[in-house]
Design a protein around this ligand. Structure first.
Ligand SMILES: [Fe+2]
Length: 471
């Protein structure tokens, strides 16, 4: 393998530098109507004292902010000041690293860190806004509030309710049509449960609207909404809690198993009544991310990025000996499931042939019929591309540049857009040849590059972010 094929390893190196509101040079031009900020989350450093993280998901949370105003781009990055951060600085976490065990055990240390006795506060996955609070999220039931302009850490954000929660979600479904955000929590017990809740816009309080018995329980990373329903997929990657008499003694990771004999389960609940509308099974697959969902007559259409099995979880780990990042992660596929609550049927079709991950759709179409999804294209030609997929036809417009690794794209509609795809796509990326990260801005209709803003350094590959028009 030519060394340049592993140039993306740059995106797994630790960053120390923090900069504040630095105006970036811009090649091309940033539309002047673009006014707001893209705030993203992800790992900033993989060093814990003398040890190095063994999985991409383990890196220390660092927020990044790209602010747009009058055609300029200003960039800020800042580590969350958490207990995990303080421990890493002092090297105190070294003793917590998995010792021995197979590669799966190594790769899944991140999942162990989510559970008791002390769930991690390393909130490195996503961001959300609840009322006036901007919050960094992970899958442990701990959240960290931050200042949306300076990215300074404000402290731990706690809910004021009694919803039982052992595993949280970092992926909330924001519904602009109903002015609320939907989330879920997994509570372990003799009978484990998924609790669904809403957070009305302007509020920072959760209201539980449904609870459904879990089977497994499954490792659930994301959810979807339609106009009337909330949807969870319970994949066959299960947390075998009853395997141990004292479940937390061994750690959560020791209880994970992918059961190929187990089918994937779609749970559909009514957002108003809380009723279980459908509880359907289909052939096994694994999923991290939903793309979108909507109602079509009596059917529910669910688009997601499906993997044949859960090998992706292990594949995103680093080599335990060399510390090298992965080079052979399986590709996800855009699969459309059509659920018929009346007949109990689940049909499955592939909408696009290319590999993809980190899919997003613009706010306005969430939970509604839609035409276009945007995603990182992962076919690995010494690059990660950007794909705009027409989910009706299964065709796509793609953008690729050798040596450039696109991260999660965010489509921002023009404030007076008439067409669904009228606006821009913001795509952070790593430019391995220039050895720095960049922010790419595309015309969303054509994926024509409008602007490219080089950052002062390489930012490790991140996970998810949101565009906030007012921030
Ligand atoms: Fe995610």
């Amino acid at each position: 393998m030519a060394s340049s094929d592993r140039a993306y390893e740059l995106g797994f190196r630790s960053l120390d530098e923090e900069v504040s509101a630095r105006e970036l040079p811009v090649e091309g031009s940033v539309p002047t109507w673009l006014s707001g900020a893209l705030i993203r989350n992800g790992p900033g450093s993989f060093e814990f004292g003398d040890e190095r993280a063994t999985h991409w998901f383990d890196g220390l949370a660092m927020l990044r902010r790209y602010a747009f105003s009058d055609g300029t781009v200003r960039y800020t990055n800042r580590f969350l000041r958490t207990e995990a951060y303080e421990d890493a600085e002092s090297g105190a976490t070294a003793g917590e690293f998995a010792s021995g065990g197979g590669p799966l055990r190594e790769a899944l240390r991140w999942l162990r860190a989510l559970g008791p006795p002390e769930p991690t506060d390393n909130a490195n996955v996503h961001v959300a806004r609840f009322g006036g609070h901007h919050v960094a999220l992970t899958e442990a039931p701990r959240r960290i509030a931050f200042d949306a302009e300076t990215l300074e850490t404000r402290g731990e954000f706690r809910w004021n309710d009694d919803i039982p929660e052992h595993l949280a979600t970092a992926h909330f479904a924001v519904d602009p049509h109903r002015d609320e955000t939907v989330g879920y929590a997994t509570a372990f017990g003799r009978q484990s449960t998924y609790h669904f809740y809403r957070i009305p816009d302007g509020s920072a309080e959760r209201e539980r609207f449904a609870s459904v018995d879990a089977e497994g329980p499954g490792y659930v990373h994301d959810c979807a909404i339609t106009e009337n329903y909330a949807i969870l997929v319970e994949p066959p990657l299960r947390i075998a809690l009853l395997r141990a008499l004292a479940p937390w003694q061994e750690g959560l990771l020791d209880m994970l198993e992918y059961d190929e004999d187990r089918r994937a389960r779609f749970i559909v609940v009514d957002r108003d009544s809380g009723d279980l509308v459908a509880d359907l099974r289909t052939a096994p697959f694994f999923v991290f991310h939903h793309i979108n969902a909507y109602e079509d007559g009596d059917d529910v259409v669910v688009d997601l990025v499906a993997f044949e099995n859960a090998d992706i979880v292990e594949a995103l780990g680093f080599d335990a000996l060399s510390g090298d990042a992965f080079d052979a992660a399986p590709d996800g596929r855009l699969v459309r499931f059509r659920l018929s609550p009346e007949t109990g049927e689940v049909s499955r079709s592939r909408q696009y042939d290319g590999g993809l991950e980190l899919p997003t759709v613009p706010r306005a179409v969430r939970g509604r019929p839609y035409r276009y999804a945007y995603a990182q294209a992962t076919d690995r030609r010494g690059a990660n591309g950007l794909a705009k997929i027409d989910v009706e036809s299964g065709t796509a417009t793609e953008w690729w540049e050798r040596g450039v690794y696109v991260e999660e794209p965010r489509m921002v509609q023009h404030p007076e857009a008439e067409g669904e795809d009228e606006g821009v796509v913001l795509a952070p990326a790593l430019d391995t040849e220039a050895e720095r990260s960049i922010l790419l801005i595309f015309d969303a209709e054509t994926l024509t590059e409008l602007a490219r803003a080089p950052l002062p350094h390489v930012v490790p590959f991140g996970f998810h972010g949101r565009y906030l028009p007012e921030a």
